[in-house]
Design a protein around this ligand. Structure first.
Ligand code: HEC
Length: 154
């Protein structure tokens, strides 16, 4: 009878003792690992909801388009956020009126963007002397990149 009431007493002495003995592992884990896990998850949530994420608010197709543009080198000229560089900016491009090198003005609609990607020599944007290289793509890769570019606001 008496032996059963000693069980809680033994538990208490294990957790009250702060030395690094093997039996104390459960107590050490509780006092160090749990606050650490809380801190790590707070940091992760903070990162994913931050405006620094270039894919924030993107659909799966837009994320795919961004990955294709990244892996096929488009970002090296158009910027990893479509901010532009050697090539024109993609941010705010879709639907805007742009000037071509023959002096004409066109709306950068979906078909214009498609032509710019699959046949870069067809329409040359005014003010750009560097030629955009030609690369071959599957139709769905082109669609994904267009959806991505159309999602880039200024
Ligand atoms: C070597 C640099 C370079 C690379 C790499 C490049 N581009 Fe371009 N891109 C340009 C330049 C310069 C222009 C403007 C001249 C023109 O209209 O052809 C342009 C124009 C465009 C346009 C039309 C933009 C406008 O404002 O008229 C689109 C869309 C585009 N590129 C998409 C892409 C995609 C998608 C890729 C990757 C497959 C890519 N580019 C890779 C340099 C590049």
């Amino acid at each position: 009878m008496r032996a059963t009431v000693q069980f809680p007493k033994k538990q208490k002495s294990m957790c009250g003792n702060s030395t690094w003995v093997r039996d104390d592992y459960g107590c050490v884990a509780r006092s160090f690992l749990i606050p650490l896990l809380v801190a790590v998850s707070v940091a992760l949530v903070g990162c994913s909801s931050s405006t620094d994420d270039p894919t924030a608010g993107f659909s799966a197709q837009q994320i795919e388009g961004r990955e294709i543009a990244q892996s096929r080198g488009c970002h090296s000229c158009h910027g990893d956020r479509g901010q532009g560089g050697v090539g024109p900016a993609w941010q705010g491009l879709a639907g805007s009126v742009i000037e071509l090198d023959d002096g004409s003005e066109v709306v950068a609609d979906t078909e214009y963007l498609r032509r710019a990607i699959v046949d870069p020599a067809a329409d040359i944007r005014a003010g750009y002397n560097i030629k955009m290289p030609f690369a071959e793509f599957e139709a769905d890769e082109v669609n994904a990149m267009i959806t991505y570019i159309e999602g880039l606001q200024e």
